[in-house]
Design a protein around this ligand. Sequence first.
Ligand code: ATP
Ligand code: MG
Length: 254
Amino acid sequence: MGEKNAALIRVRNLRKSFGGVVAVEGLSFDLLQGEVLGLIGPNGAGKTTIVNMITGFTKPDAGEVLFKETRLTGLPPYKIAELGVTRTFQIVRPYPSLRAYKNLIVPLWSPRARQFASTRGGDRDAVAIDLLEEVGFERDAYVPYKLASALPLGYLKRLELARCLALRPEVIICDEVFSGLSMSEIASMLPLIERLRMKGVTLLMIEHRLRELFSVADRVVVVEFGVKIGEGVPDEVMQDEKVRRAYLGEETGL
Ligand SMILES: Nc1ncnc2c1ncn2[C@@H]1O[C@H](COP(=O)(O)OP(=O)(O)OP(=O)(O)O)[C@@H](O)[C@H]1O
Ligand SMILES: [Mg+2]
């Protein structure tokens, strides 16, 4: 475990355009060891594009992302995940025809997970069930054994997190894990976020539900039209005139 407050991920001058649309421009920020950093901004601000550039799903036109001393930019997504930088997807991506716990078998077979498995022992199915329990599946209910296609969204969001946890991540980037969930479902996920933090996982959370985000986030970065317009402690950042204007008419729960 590194020193707290050291930059774990450094995003430097990222730029990405799609045809004529500049989705991200001159974007730089640090994700600090052990923090929960919120990445917020109105619809279409470029948040998912930023996540995709950090995790290797989209190649930036310019700029770079460093994880400690390693350059992530240019590496394929699986290699970035192998380093311990993991993500969830805004649109959940389960293997629908597999049972919930079997969805974790792919990440559990990865070299990174296997490296840890030897110290943990047990067979992979048992480890998968443990991981589902860790993200809030009830062990004694049938839900871990259901087909992923039969799971309600709340469980699919948790399954996304379990897939990250299977890799023993240093970083989890959550692209709207709260979206589509009811208020009570969101409330029941907040303790899970706190537990991840206590385990030492560093979190970057993209969210529209600001009230819930601010209950767990240490800092936030605000983007609008692909440009950073604010950064700092949530309450202070939200006082800023530019940030307030960007959020006019957005549903944030604040
Ligand atoms: N693959 C793509 N091809 C073309 N345009 C894209 C592509 N991906 C994103 N864009 C455009 O880039 C901009 C930023 O999109 P992005 O999905 O990153 O925003 P976002 O902040 O995640 O939005 P939301 O809050 O709705 O999830 C938008 O104008 C979007 O239409
Ligand atoms: Mg998005």
